[in-house]
Design a protein around this ligand. Sequence first.
Ligand code: TYC
Length: 113
Amino acid sequence: MTQPLQMMADRKDDAENDLGVALKTRPKTQRPPMYKVLLLNDDYTPMEFVVHILERFFGLNHAQAFEIMLTVHKKGLAVVGVFSFEVAETKVAQVMDFARRHQHPLQCTMEKE
Ligand code: TYC
């Protein structure tokens, strides 16, 4: 049994429309902004303490942590990671709290990428 002509036409239209929407419509999506977490140099925080922080809160291995610590020591600061706002905020708070509890003046900040 054959379908009525109009029904076949509708089916064809629907298929074309779906394809058209998928191919032509590109809604403007915004990627969420990312934030750099920066570690700042100072004259008092022990190098090994900074290395420990980088291993503990940023998941770096000892060699990576030592390298970034040395960069901060020599250049004054370094980016230690790039995260979503909430994750960056948490890392900064964890570092600042840990440094304060150990009475080191280490500073950690974040800035929009
Ligand atoms: N400059 C410190 C020292 O000589 C070491 C240090 C490195 C401190 C990195 C802070 O973010 C820092 N003991």
